[in-house]
Design a binder for this molecule. Structure first.
Ligand code: UDX
Length: 429
């Protein structure tokens, strides 16, 4: 089977490289010419561990991966993965612009194709979008009927940034939502040597499984953060609680690391979109709204703790260690650091920031009035208080914090040891 992948962000590239690595012939379609050029030179257009090597292997050595700006190339393939980004509209719902445009471009390309073709949606979209938006657009643009010449599937991805290729190749399960059996069978062939459960569902169920999975992770994080906020007041270490809870397989230990909250390109956005879907369906999702609200406030509690310890922040210098929403990525989208820094500046503090990888991306979205430092020790030096917001390994070095006021938002330091060298406080322990 020949494969085309439309949209080459994290999901698209992982899909393209993962399937090319398995020997399939893959073409990446993207209207960003810089991205296309990079891929054709054997370079990954985004930072992801292992991705550069795999792109280079598939493009330069195996020669079964290439990129193109020409949607007509889709007609030479058998299956198209739709992987364009999805965004929040100003009203909080899904902005369909990109997905609708991609569906139309795919439809136009399929108008000239002879033979059966499957479009598999990997973009995260609200339940019902494939049936109500994607299929009608493809049918109109192609002049063909889905179910006869064209098959449609929803095949969501559960990739964690920083290890997208590993996640693609080693999923916990594979979800295939299908328009009809033929569509699902065609997608399933690609995954025949993945030894994990393959779950076949309706299109809308598959869309909901993706939202539900991310929302559940968000629930766990906001739950443990709220519990942590309570524990701190009661003098209990929430990590002792989480560790003990985690032994119960019904609960599990994962995603119970209390801290400054979840960020990134998926969890916050997907939660927001699920809330919007529920409201549009006439249901007020109070639990999900609370999960969002707890997460929105959590970063600000670091600022409040700092104020409580060093007094008003006006004129104070605060070191912020960690700008990325999690380690091993340069991504700052919806990172807790953004809210923390905005609040610090609003309260009149000066900010000295450092992140081993995310400085360039941070500069694009953060105020120019903060100082960007070249190292953690430069940021910490001369500061009145240090806030740790991302659990990078280099922030574990205790000697960095000698004599400082430190507020740890990610349990980077061991509290007992840290208390011997600095004035250490956990965000919720
Ligand atoms: C997430 C999902 O894990 C993935 O399945 C989906 O496809 C995309 O969204 P990702 O955005 O890469 O992946 O981040 P993830 O590793 O899940 O972490 C999300 C955020 O939650 C980070 O800010 C992280 O620091 C935070 N987090 C995670 C916690 O605060 N506590 C935890 O216990 C776990």
């Amino acid at each position: 089977m020949r494969i085309s992948v439309v949209g080459n962000g994290y999901i698209g590239l992982a899909t393209a490289v993962g399937l090319a690595g398995k020997g399939y012939k893959v073409v990446c379609i993207d209207n960003n010419s810089a991205k296309v050029d990079l891929i054709n030179k054997g370079k990954a257009p985004i930072f992801e561990s292992g991705l550069d090597d795999l792109v280079s292997l598939c493009v330069c050595k195996q020669k079964n991966l290439r990129a193109s700006e020409d949607y007509r190339d889709i007609a030479d393939t058998d299956i198209t993965f739709l992987c364009v980004g999805t965004y929040l509209s100003s009203g909080g719902g899904t902005d369909f612009t990109q997905i609708a445009q991609a569906a139309e471009d795919i439809g136009k390309a399929l108008a000239k194709k002879n033979g059966y073709h499957v479009v598999a949606v990997k973009s995260t979209i609200a339940p019902g979008t494939t049936e109500q938006v994607v299929i009608p657009i493809i049918e109109k643009a192609s002049g063909k009927k889905v179910g006869t010449d064209i098959g449609v599937a929803v095949n969501p991805e559960f990739l964690e940034e920083g290890k997208v290729v590993q996640c693609f190749l080693n999923p916990y399960r594979i979800i295939i939502g299908e328009y009809d059996k033929r569509s699902g069978d065609t997608v399933e062939i690609l995954y025949r040597d993945f030894s994990v459960p393959i779950i076949r569902t309706s299109l809308t169920t598959a869309e909901m499984i993706k939202y539900a999975s991310n929302a559940f992770l968000a629930v766990k994080i906001s739950f443990i953060n709220e519990l942590g906020n309570i524990c701190k007041k009661l003098g209990v270490d929430v990590y002792d609680v989480a560790n003990a809870m985690g032994y119960d397989p019904r609960i599990g230990r994962k995603y119970l690391n209390a801290g400054v909250g979840f960020g990134g390109s998926c969890l916050p956005k997907d939660l927001e979109m699920l809330i919007d879907s529920a409201q549009k369906a006439g249901y007020e999702p109070r639990l999900l709204e609370s999960v969002r609200d707890v997460n929105r406030d959590q970063p600000l509690s670091m600022v409040a703790i700092a104020e409580g310890i060093i007094g008003g922040l006006q004129g104070k210098t605060i070191a912020v260690l960690g700008l990325a929403f999690k380690p091993h990525t340069d991504d700052v989208r919806d990172a807790p650091s953004l809210r923390v820094i905005a609040s610090l500046l609003e309260k009149g503090a000066s900010v000295r920031a450092y992140d081993p990888m995310a400085m360039d991306n941070a500069r694009l979205v953060l105020s120019q009035s903060i100082m960007y430092c070249d190292s953690a020790s430069q940021a910490v030096g001369g500061s009145d208080c240090v806030l740790i917001l991302t659990e990078w390994d280099e922030f574990k070095k205790e000697s960095l914090y000698n004599g400082k006021v430190v507020i740890d938002g990610r349990r980077v330091l061991d509290p007992q040891r840290a208390r011997q060298i600095c004035d250490y406080h956990g965000i919720c322990w």
